[in-house]
Design a protein around this ligand. Structure first.
Ligand SMILES: Nc1ncnc2c1ncn2[C@@H]1O[C@H](COP(=O)(O)OP(=O)(O)OP(=O)(O)O)[C@@H](O)[C@H]1O
Length: 247
């Protein structure tokens, strides 16, 4: 269970807060899409959850642990339970697909193994399975920077699977992809969500994609929640409230 209690983020030098008193609960197994205009605070929202951004006020509670007050050790453990995928994939371009996937369980590997590139057989096998699961075994030995955007996002998803997270966060995971690749990635994320019952929170820019895949939609505007409901409850009036109408 994830709970945000009056989370506020004020970046230094900004006239208004990026997030203002966000209060909500996300139940295990939900598939949440965050919608909102550019600058609404969606990325900040996602990053406050895993502690990449520290809220100015309020608390983020993950399965009873206060992320906002967690020490180094606890935050490390919490982050391992939260996988994250990004718009620009965040792979290491000069490394091959398999090594990028193996990096997902970096925390359980000793530093010298990671540095020397020598990985235990069982870790390699697990990474091969993760690549197989995302339908991309053939890129195992290909450099990540030679792959298409859709392939790179699949490798990033396989890397997250190695981490065995309980929560998947996505910051615009399909924003850089063409419509076909975007649909394939969303189908894959839905499949993983269904098979693993993995709580999923994605920041998306497309209303139709959100309505097709999410079980719950949260609309953010100027750092505040202006819609929180089921996909079928999001009609044109609600979309207008999120994107157009003045607050
Ligand atoms: N590191 C930062 N320092 C200062 N201001 C920031 C920082 N990151 C974000 N902001 C500001 O906070 C507000 C919310 O930004 P955020 O990136 O969370 O919005 P967003 O909804 O994800 O936007 P987009 O869809 O354009 O990525 C914006 O006004 C942005 O300029």
């Amino acid at each position: 269970m994830l709970e945000l209690i009056d989370v506020t983020k004020q970046y230094p030098g900004q006239p208004v807060p990026a997030l203002e008193s966000i209060r909500l609960k996300v139940k295990p197994g939900e598939f949440v899409a965050l919608l909102g205009p550019s600058g609404a605070g969606k990325s900040t929202f996602i990053r406050c959850i895993n502690g990449l951004v520290a809220p100015t006020a309020g608390q983020v509670i993950w399965n009873g642990h206060d992320v906002t007050a967690a020490g180094k050790e606890t935050i490390g453990r919490i982050r391992r339970e939260m996988g994250m995928i990004f718009q620009h994939f965040h792979l290491i371009g000069r490394l091959d697909g398999l090594t990028n996937v193996i990096i997902g369980c970096f925390h359980s590997l000793s530093l010298w193994r990671a540095v020397t590139g020598w990985f235990p057989k069982e870790v390699r096998q697990e990474a091969v399975q993760a690549l197989k699961r995302v339908g991309l075994l053939e890129v195992m030995h290909r450099r990540a920077d030679g792959l298409s955007g859709g392939q790179q996002q699949r490798v990033a998803i396989a890397r997250v699977l190695m981490q065995k997270p309980r929560l998947l966060l996505g910051d615009e995971p399909v924003a850089s992809l063409d419509p076909v690749a975007s649909r394939e990635i969303m189908d894959l994320l839905r499949e993983i969500h269904e098979q693993e019952q993995m709580t999923t929170i994605l920041n998306l820019h497309d209303v139709e994609t959100a309505k097709t895949y999410a079980t719950r939609i949260i609309g953010i505007r100027q750092g505040r929640i202006v819609f929180d409901g089921l996909p079928q409850e999001l009609g044109s009036k609600e979309v207008e409230r999120i994107y157009k109408q003045p607050l």
